[in-house]
Design a protein. Structure first.
Length: 265
């Protein structure tokens, strides 16, 4: 009821003042609630990883309506197949190791190394990352002082969409064991995992979250590549934890029981 209406009703001034105060107070409380709601939204979305947020929303929607679509399927449906049990789209599981070694790596000789690298990527993705990493374009790049690097969404696809790059430095192929070369690949896969499911450090900084992800897969972060080095920083290496997840998974793979991959300098 407005003040003018109250005045017309013949109410006393004290009653009018109290009614006006209550009306103003109610309006201020509504404004405060609106500001608080907006502040909460800003807090949630400020500097957020939009892909991760969208995926969380999709998970909530799936829990309510049972129609979750993995991010890989939204970006590139060709990576997904229909689950015969549930009828939903799921990320196509990597081919069995024996199948890949006996078929896909028998093509042109010049492609054998890349086939081996992608075979290892699929293997570690399944065994160490629960198969949740999307496909990557694995390239060979010489970068001083680096065994490899990861670039999120680096390349465009001709049919639409983008794909991440994992680069390995071929200068390390001759002087390193196949096990350690595989650990460099997994090091970069951890960067990929953090890009999709965590929050990478700014300016190439290897932060605490990345370090914990490395330890989870059995690689210990180290600025020197040996025990005792710093666990965070801009230029980082690692060492393999004996008997850890990576060590066990890598040593069981036929490709990594050899001294060399297909090509080296």
């Amino acid at each position: 009821m407005s003040v003018q209406t109250l005045q017309q009703s013949g109410l006393r001034p004290g009653v009018l003042r109290r009614a006006s105060h209550r009306t103003l107070q109610a309006g201020m409380q509504g404004a405060v609630r609106t500001i608080a709601a907006v502040a909460c939204l800003v807090f949630v979305f400020w500097d957020a990883d939009w892909w991760v947020l969208r995926d969380k929303v999709e998970h909530i929607r799936a829990a309510l309506f049972g129609a979750y679509l993995p991010p890989e399927c939204r970006e590139d449906p060709t990576q997904c197949v229909q689950d015969p049990k549930t009828g939903r789209l799921i990320v196509q599981p990597p081919a069995k190791i024996g199948e890949r070694l006996s078929t896909e790596c028998k093509g042109p000789e010049g492609l054998k190394l890349h086939c081996q690298l992608h075979t290892l990527f699929d293997h570690f993705n399944k065994e160490l990352f629960e198969g949740r990493l999307p496909k990557a374009l694995i390239t060979l790049q010489r970068k001083d002082g680096a065994g490899g690097f990861y670039a999120h969404q680096r390349f465009r696809k001709a049919e639409g969409g983008r794909i991440d790059e994992i680069a390995l430095n071929p200068s390390h192929f001759a002087g390193s064991s196949t096990i350690f070369l595989a650990s460099i690949l997994v090091h970069e896969m951890v960067h990929m995992e953090q890009a999709y499911f965590g929050k990478p450090g700014k300016g190439g900084f290897h932060n605490d979250e990345w370090g914990q992800m490395m330890k989870r897969v059995g690689l210990h972060p180290s600025s020197t590549g040996n025990s005792g080095g710093k666990e965070t920083g801009t230029r980082m290496s690692h060492y393999i934890v004996p008997g850890g997840p990576f060590d066990n998974v890598a040593r069981s793979h036929p490709l990594l029981q050899k001294d060399r991959l297909a090509f080296y300098e």
